[in-house]
Design a protein around this ligand. Structure first.
Ligand code: F6R
Length: 244
């Protein structure tokens, strides 16, 4: 593959999850009051399970950590099981000693989403910016919910999900009709401004997006390719995603 960037090709999903957890754990140990940017979806579930294990065995302390999630469906109630707030509570926040008041997920009920988005960005900036951002990648190359477009938006914003994303995410809902059509997502500048980015890609479904990141010209039509400009990007993938 073409462009040089730190990439670790792991044998399988479990190995990738463990490798990612090591990076996050090191970051937390070195920055006990650090700010994490977190992602949801199937990809980081194993990573969060590894972090919970590390917490339970006394290796990790989340008490000083602050977190900002990348995105949330809109509209959605925080107690809807498919909300990203519920996902985070279920997989991480309720299982470690993080202070829940320091965990931020975009508000899927915000009555004025634009004002909410501006406030989210200001809050992240005032907190000192994201130290380490975790990312998955969509089959179409989206990161967060920055979907393929002629131009990507810099800050947190309300966005319309593409049909392919609605279809991909319908696996979590009773039917595709139940998937919210919009989401609030951090923008490309939020991601690029993070001190470090760890991108995870697992499974054959992600082969095209990963290949584009490693080989294709940079284009907003494959948002993940913009990450190449990040000075501190680490890519972790499994063999299925790498070889297809
Ligand atoms: C989730 C997110 C999305 C996912 C992507 C991949 O917070 O921002 O970009 O990372 O849709 O989802 P999975 O991991 O379910 O394949």
């Amino acid at each position: 593959m073409g462009i040089r960037m730190p990439i670790k090709v792991c044998r399988d999903y479990n190995e990738m999850s463990r490798a990612a957890a090591e990076i996050v754990a090191d970051h937390i140990r070195n920055n006990p009051r650090g700010i994490l940017g977190l992602a949801t979806g199937s990809t980081p579930e194993g990573l969060y399970a590894c972090l919970v294990e590390k917490y339970k065995s006394g290796e990790l302390d989340f008490s000083g950590i602050i977190s900002y999630n990348l995105d949330e469906y809109y509209p959605i109630e925080p107690d809807n099981e498919q909300s990203y707030r519920c996902f985070m509570d279920r997989h991480l926040f309720d299982r470690v000693n993080i202070n829940k008041a320091n965990t931020f997920v975009p508000d899927g009920t915000a009555p004025a989403p634009d004002a909410f988005c501006r406030a989210y960005d200001e809050q992240i900036k005032a907190a000192g910016g994201i130290g380490l951002q975790l990312l998955g990648v969509g089959r179409n190359g989206h990161i967060g919910f920055n979907e393929p477009a002629d131009e990507l938006i810099g800050g947190t914003h309300l966005t319309e999900l593409t049909e392919s994303t609605i279809k991909a995410n319908s696996r979590f809902f009773a039917s595709a009709d139940d998937v919210p059509r919009h989401a609030i997502t951090m923008g490309i500048d939020n991601i690029m401004n993070a001190g470090g980015v760890v991108l995870l890609a697992s499974g054959k479904d992600k082969h095209d997006a990963l290949t584009a990141l490693l080989n294709a010209p940079e284009t907003p039509h494959i948002p993940v390719t913009l990450l190449r400009r990040h000075k501190n990007l680490t890519v972790l993938c499994d063999e299925d995603a790498y070889y297809g």
